[in-house]
Design a protein around this ligand. Structure first.
Ligand code: PMV
Length: 325
């Protein structure tokens, strides 16, 4: 039977940047994200005692590299938990253009967790799917749900999972992903998080988390785009300040990252309301309302003429899209 799961990626508005347990990927803080409609992964998982080997096929090509080892090890971990040990084949198609500068690990592991569970008939609810997606990649925890999603940090494997704040938000919110640099980042998020914990401001960042989460929850409930934007930009600035102030100081920013950050601030001064957020890479994502999209794109192209801009709105939670042979 063919089991294909589709999961959309997400952008964190209140960032996750630090693990309490690296093997279980229990975070040190709660986070809030927006699931994105423009970017998703589709994964088909099959298992069979007759298969000679475990296989990963990405975008039509069999792969045998670091990324495929991570995927295979993840599935073996799940098989250990649920008591299976047959060989498997994973076929995965990524619809997350590199140009977006968004990691495909969030949608990738959410889709894989879901197709794994469906293929073994595990009957997991979405909270359980969120927990097992977390074992693949922290941000995948949130991609099980659509709209606005919160990942409560919890304190162990059972208590760390995401839940939807609002799966069908009415907020007028668009995210513009600005492609600045698509080369592979030198410092992985796992590594960056570890280094950031040596910042003298790290404890302050943790102390602020509860307040930031509750303010973001209110902004979402009250449909307050301005407050949502301010809090998102602040959380990104805080995360990147930790990197700059770590013992081995580092930054994901490129000169063009700063150019776009300044451009967003200038647009705001000129009455075009928009905010930026940045993950573990140089690309900038801009949060804005429908009416400003055109002006913002024009301003970006006036400054950096050839950059690609990809527009996204709210995406849905994970779904099984095809069960036929
Ligand atoms: O789950 P990871 O290892 O891809 O880490 C995600 C880290 C950030 O994207 C920077 C923040 C987040 O909450 O998604």
């Amino acid at each position: 039977m063919k089991i294909i799961a589709r999961a959309h990626t997400n952008i964190a508005l209140i960032k996750y940047w630090g693990k309490a347990d690296s093997s279980l990927k229990i975070p040190l803080m709660s986070s809030i994200s927006m699931t994105l409609d423009a970017f998703y992964t589709e994964t088909e998982f099959t298992h069979n005692v007759d298969l000679a080997n475990d296989m990963v096929i990405m975008n039509g090509k069999a792969v045998n590299d670091q990324a495929s080892y991570r995927i295979i090890n993840y599935v073996k971990k799940l098989q250990d938990i649920y008591g299976f040990n047959d060989h498997f084949c994973i076929k995965t198609e990524n619809h997350v253009p590199t140009a977006a500068g968004l990691a495909s690990s969030a949608s990738g592991f959410a889709a894989l967790a879901t197709s794994f569970a469906a293929s073994y008939n595990l009957n997991l609810n979405r909270q359980e799917l969120s927990r097992i997606a977390r074992l693949g990649s922290g941000s995948a925890t949130r991609s099980i749900f659509g709209g606005f999603v919160e990942w409560q940090k919890g304190y162990d494997d059972q208590t760390s999972f995401a839940f939807p704040i609002n799966e069908h938000p009415q907020m007028d919110l668009t995210m513009l992903a600005v492609e600045l640099d698509v080369s592979q980042k030198d410092i992985s998020s796992t590594c960056g998080m570890k280094i950031a914990q040596t910042s003298p401001f790290y404890q302050t960042w943790l102390n602020r988390n509860k307040q930031e989460i509750s303010e973001m929850e209110s902004a979402i409930k009250n449909n307050n785009f301005t407050r949502l934007g301010e809090l998102s930009e602040l959380s990104a600035n805080e995360m990147h300040s930790l990197n700059l102030t770590a013992m081995q100081s580092f930054s994901y920013f490129q000169p063009t990252t700063i150019t776009i950050m300044n451009l967003v601030r200038n647009l705001r001064k000129n009455g075009i309301e928009c905010y930026y957020t940045i993950d573990a890479g140089p690309n900038v994502k801009i949060l804005c309302q429908d009416k400003s999209v055109e002006d913002i794109c024009k301003a970006i192209h006036n400054t950096l003429d050839s950059v690609k801009i990809i527009k996204s709105k709210f995406g849905p939670g994970v779904q099984i899209i095809n069960c036929d042979d």
